[in-house]
Design a protein around this ligand. Structure first.
Ligand SMILES: Nc1nc2c(c(=O)[nH]1)N[C@H]1C(S)=C(S)[C@@H](COP(=O)(O)O)O[C@H]1N2
Ligand SMILES: [Mo]
Length: 398
């Protein structure tokens, strides 16, 4: 692992913004407040959620850093920063979302295992880097390959961080070769985030970005890429991040019965209020985000203020001050969230609900109970917040 080292303790962690909500300290897991999350279309690096499984790696010498590309290839290569920077650079705006986003709400039904997250374990950034489909051509794998000449069908990404789930070994994951070699899938080896050099928390010097897929497959601090026959056998592919039905518990689980989760389903959340908020007047602005996986855009967001009896359609908005203009070469927002808002007159003791529909007309489930799973992943149930008008509280105090 030239140039990249993983500490075995937490004495070399980077500085972090003090307003983040910390869900676990070591490894560091934190999300922004709801309000900060939807304050801009592009999430500033400081407010982008941080999800780690070990201490943050340290780059000792960027000159010596390279990603080894090998496995089932005729001639392995070392990808130095120079090699990566010489390939065409793409800027892709993509929302990265942890599969555990909104886990805390799922655990209220029945206990689940995992870091507790509110609704902000996601962010929308412009990632800059080389396309994996171009990189793989360097070892003779053409675009749109399902199988390589040596029988490779998957592309494995390996880091250097020490994860206890891997018994002190590195974090790893894989994606199908077909997706990796598809230029339209926009899989990147990213070295920039929002126009700046990637920071340490988010994978400096190089990370993978797999748009439209749960965050767990976007491996940070990339050390190796291997072309392999079968999908990666690592913990986070085989014993985690799989979606089980509500009937499966820790006594009867058989991990081999399910595939690793890849695409993210349609999701949305209200961010203008905390769960039980007290507000002053009847007219309020409800705002939040909506996003789907697999490159499916958001078609519509519906809002209710009476717990889901009646609905109105929210408007989309894009913050006027998008700071980062994509380069001329490429830009697309099919991987990105939309921010929505609705101005409404709230009844007393309103229950505000939001649900989104994606471009394939997929909808969110009404209740969390029906999608409960022991790992607490993919909570995409209708998002509800209760609010009380300050006036109604005053009245009830008389
Ligand atoms: N090397 C490495 N890559 C990783 C992880 C990790 O712990 N180690 N966590 C994964 C998970 S579960 C998520 S959700 C995203 C989080 O990326 P972020 O911290 O940049 O938001 O990184 C993924 N890549
Ligand atoms: Mo995650």
């Amino acid at each position: 692992m030239p140039g990249l080292k993983a500490p075995s303790d937490y004495s070399q962690e980077p500085p972090r913004h003090p307003s983040l909500r910390i869900n676990a300290k070591e490894p560091f897991n934190a999300e922004p407040t709801r309000g900060a999350l939807v304050a801009s279309y592009i999430t500033p690096v400081d407010f982008f959620y941080k999800r780690n499984h070990g201490p943050i790696p340290v780059v000792e010498d960027l000159e010596r850093y390279s990603v080894s590309l090998g496995g089932l290839v005729e001639k392995p290569v070392e990808l130095s920063m120079d090699v990566l920077r010489k390939l065409p650079k793409y800027n892709v705006t993509a929302t990265l979302q942890c599969a555990g986003n909104r886990r805390t709400a799922m655990s209220k039904t029945r206990t689940v295992k995992g870091v507790g997250w509110d609704v902000a374990a996601l962010g929308n950034a412009t990632w800059g880097g080389a396309k994996l489909s171009d990189v793989l051509e360097l070892v003779g794998i053409p675009k749109l390959s399902s199988i390589s000449s040596l029988g490779g069908k998957h592309v494995e990404f390996i880091s250097v961080d020490k994860c206890k789930e891997e018994n002190g070994g590195p974090y790893k994951a894989s994606i199908p070769l077909r997706q990796a070699t598809n230029p339209d899938a926009d899989v990147l080896l990213a070295y920039e985030m929002n126009g700046e050099v990637l920071n340490r928390d988010h994978g400096y010097p190089v990370r993978v970005i797999v748009p439209g897929v749960i965050g767990a497959r976007s491996v940070k601090w990339l050390d190796r890429i291997d072309i392999i026959k079968e999908e990666c056998q690592g913990f986070f592919m085989q014993k985690d991040y799989k979606m089980f039905p509500p009937s499966v518990n820790w006594d009867n689980i058989d991990w081999s019965t399910r595939k690793p989760q890849m695409d993210f389903p349609v999701q949305c959340a209200i961010c203008s209020f905390e769960d039980v908020d007290v507000i002053n007047s009847g007219k309020v602005t409800i705002s939040g985000y909506a996003v789907s996986g697999g490159g499916r855009g958001i078609e519509r967001v519906d809002i209710s203020v009476d717990g889901g009896k009646t609905w109105m359609e929210a408007e989309r908005y894009q913050m006027g001050n998008v700071q980062y203009i994509a380069d001329d070469d490429f830009s697309s927002d099919k991987w990105a969230w939309v921010l929505f808002k609705a101005v409404v007159d709230l009844p007393d003791n309103a229950e505000i609900v939001a649900k989104a529909t994606d471009s394939a007309a997929n909808v969110q489930p009404e209740n969390v109970e029906t999608i409960w799973n022991l790992r607490g992943i993919l909570n995409t149930s209708w998002h509800r917040v209760r609010v009380r008008k300050a006036a109604s509280i005053a009245k009830s105090n008389l």
